[in-house]
Design a protein around this ligand. Sequence first.
Ligand code: DC
Length: 221
Amino acid sequence: MVSIAIDGPAGAGKSTIARAASKELGYIYVDTGALYRSIGLYMIRHGISLQDAEAIAFNVENVQIELKFIQGEQRVFLGEEDVSDLIRTPEVSMAASAVSAVPKVRQFLLDLQKDMAKKNNVVMDGRDIGTVVLPNADVKIFLTASAEERAKRRCKELEEKGQAVSYQEVLTDIQQRDYNDSHREIAPLKQAEDAVLLDTSHLDLQQSIQALLDLVKNKLN
Ligand code: DC
């Protein structure tokens, strides 16, 4: 099986680029952020405080989480319920960020992620795929863009949805999340030593997808 690990900060376009590249390669695309988001949703629904790491660690044992691939698209299930769309709210983003800093949660999700890569050719995106989850991945890419460029893209996206936003606020938020993700104690966001850096600050979407595919093809040949 072939594994492509893609890590990088929030808002770098990882999921869009990884999804498109996986289609081109005929691999499945595994969005590991969805797992952390689903556990965040579970904690919200069960009234567990997101500040209470012990309670989160205790309750994660009861979470029944499963990834299914329906017409090639990843869907995430909590028990019988498909929560793939429910986990895309700002509230759940915050909860995901909180639960992802709890070691027991990361441990809980580790086997599930490893197992996906054992059974399938995967493009897997997250924060610690190349460093922790798939240290032997065939290709590791650290996908990033400057905080300013990521903020610009996010503003454009929100404006297209008709939401008024302040560039400065979006930028501050991105910088804060970068800081949190790279300074947490367990599995912080960092480039694996053997990962290739792909900076998309000066590339559009098509160019970014092509650059990623070129890197993969170069490595696999
Ligand atoms: O990529 P995303 O925004 O859907 O991720 C949601 C949260 O989960 C984010 O705060 C970082 C965390 N996460 C993580 O710690 N490790 C991963 N492999 C993927 C996501």
